[in-house]
Design a protein around this ligand. Structure first.
Ligand SMILES: [Zn+2]
Ligand SMILES: [Zn+2]
Length: 372
């Protein structure tokens, strides 16, 4: 690892609990200085230049798009009973509905081949792509569904991962929400892609977590959650789940959702943990939607331990939320310096967490019917 960090004159933060105090002291005084932060999951640095903007302007209520979305749209290819582009008709599903993507980027029947020709290397990739409709209701989204209904989505995510993990090493659950993130259909849905190879992000996180585990005997993200606990970047810390704006966040209101005990995959979550997760997701998405008083676009996804013949005791389950909005009508683009040098953000992770915490969300309606 290259240590490109400059300006270490007044005490670099050390690991463990003292690290928070030391790092916090310096950041409290110097957070307006352009500085770089290290992402231990991906081994990358991010440039933080918070002096470039003031506090984000919060959207006005007149930006609220009126909700005219119907509960059923006869033209939607994801609504129950409707025909998709392939001609296949969806069943009259009542809860969630999973199907193979009609235009899949990865296919299970791809033949195996490789090219090794000097600097030209390639290999075919087997996989599969599925779509998951979260609800039959065209007008809902994960944040406006009831926690018990979101809980059924969590169960499907877990079951799909287990099923696809029997055949593929990597299972990627994700959701693109909003046209800004390329979701052309407002019907609440996500995707599940599986591939035989570990993709880039999985490889990086696998290597970093493995190194940390081999060095310390502990999981990187559990150590990280301990260090963030009750700190300035925590958005929620409830029922065994931590929601935090990562110290190294790139996107303005990026968050991570991490279980506070060792869990490698969604399928390992106990009943109560799944309920708590469902409530926590509804709560987080409520904060996002209320932050700028408009539906908040994002890409989100779960990172779980890979399958195949490899040890996974170093792997901690977690979700990433990558929302692009900096302000109600201003989105962040990854261009210029970010494409050519390294990623950069304009508001600090601490400011983003403070703004997200300041959004009022009630916890009461989020309990499952059984209560907590
Ligand atoms: Zn629909
Ligand atoms: Zn990750």
């Amino acid at each position: 690892m290259t240590d490109g960090h400059a300006g270490r004159e007044d005490g670099r933060a050390r690991g463990g609990g003292a690290g928070r105090a030391a790092g916090g002291d310096i950041l409290g005084r110097r957070s307006g200085d352009p500085h770089r932060r290290f992402n231990p999951l991906t081994n990358e640095w991010v440039l933080v230049s918070s002096g470039r903007t003031r506090r984000p302007w919060l959207g006005r209520s007149d930006l609220v798009p009126p909700s005219r979305t119907p509960a059923y749209d006869p033209k939607c290819y994801l609504c129950p009973g409707n025909a998709r582009a392939s001609g296949t008709r969806n069943p009259a599903y009542q809860g969630t509905f999973v199907f193979e993507n009609d235009f899949a980027a990865l296919r299970p029947d791809t033949p195996a081949w490789t090219i090794e020709d000097g600097l030209l290397r390639a290999a075919s990739e087997r996989g599969t792509c599925r779509v998951i409709c979260f609800s039959p209701r065209h007008d809902l989204h994960l944040g406006s569904m009831s926690p018990p209904d979101v809980r059924t989505v969590v169960d499907v995510w877990a079951d799909q991962t287990t099923e696809l993990g029997r055949e593929f090493d990597w299972v990627q659950i994700f959701e693109n929400r909003g046209e800004m993130m390329g979701a052309s259909n407002p019907h609440p849905h996500g995707q599940i892609w599986a591939a035989q190879s570990l993709p880039r992000e999985a490889s990086r996180e696998d290597a970093s977590q493995r190194t940390h585990f081999e060095t310390t005997g502990r999981r990187l993200l559990l150590d990280y959650a301990d260090q963030e606990q009750a700190g300035v970047r925590v958005v929620d810390d409830l029922d065994g789940w931590l929601v935090v704006v990562p110290f190294w966040a790139v996107w303005p209101f990026e968050t991570m959702v991490i279980p506070r005990r060792p869990v490698s995959r969604l399928a390992e979550l106990a009943d109560g943990e799944r309920d708590a997760l469902a409530g926590g997701l509804v709560r987080l998405l409520g904060r996002y939607d209320r932050l700028f008083r408009r539906p908040f676009p994002y890409s989100m996804g779960w990172h779980q331990a890979p399958f195949g013949d490899r040890s996974v005791e170093h792997w901690q389950l977690h979700a990433h939320f990558y929302p692009p909005l900096l302000r109600a009508t201003v989105r962040k683009f990854m261009v210029g310096y970010e494409l050519l040098s390294e990623t950069q953000r304009d508001i600090t992770a601490e400011s983003a967490a403070e703004l997200l915490r300041s959004v009022a969300v009630s916890r009461a309606p989020l309990s499952s019917p059984a209560g907590r």
